[in-house]
Design a protein around this ligand. Sequence first.
Ligand SMILES: [Zn+2]
Length: 249
Amino acid sequence: MEAASAAIQSLMSALKSRTKPLPQNKIINDRYRPLVYSKAYMWVCIRHLFCVQECLENIMLLVIEGAGKVSVERCMRAGRMRITVRPGLIRVSVPRGIPLESGRAFAVAQMAWISRQLLRIQARTRIHEELTAGLPQISDRAEASSVIISRCRELSAKTGLVFSRVTIREQKTIWGSCSSGNTISLNINLARLPDRLRDYVILHELVHTKIRGHGRAFWDELDRYIPNARALRRELKRYLLRLMVSCPG
Ligand SMILES: [Zn+2]
């Protein structure tokens, strides 16, 4: 534990010593500056707790006007420079052997694309907020879980698609899944969705007990139980799971 806190101390002082401004860029002048105390930075640094120097050499965190926080990170697996835009943090992966500064320059050169992605995220967030404004909240998790499980059993009986077990979880990225042993896992936030979308997800997973993957045969089979499955899938995509909280407060 002591070794860990000593490593954090040494990391923090090393970070403080790096507050000098980055080289001025002719086009953007002083529009960017190093950002020292960022959660993202700390998270990545803590991953590298015992190799502080390596961490400092492999990550550069900046704020670029119009883009916000940008983390330029060396990624050993990256074959080429890559930008990932997430709400709150833009990440630039830099392959081995290429200076981090090139990653920063790449992000600056790609600002038009980054801005378009940010606008797209904003638009999707706005649609999500409009859609979820009228949805019921989950006040009782046990009750919400039992409603979903009952519906899963009901649809299984109706369709003859048999699962071995059903679990309710609160995944941040998926609405449901079906394991190779036919255990179905469903997201508790399904209880908040309109019935047609909740049924779509349950039937989707039930069909996976019979057909793995998402080929033509899968969609044809799913259409037998719920018409317009693909349209429902598009409708479901408008709800952003990362923004859904089952029990607020
Ligand atoms: Zn699927």
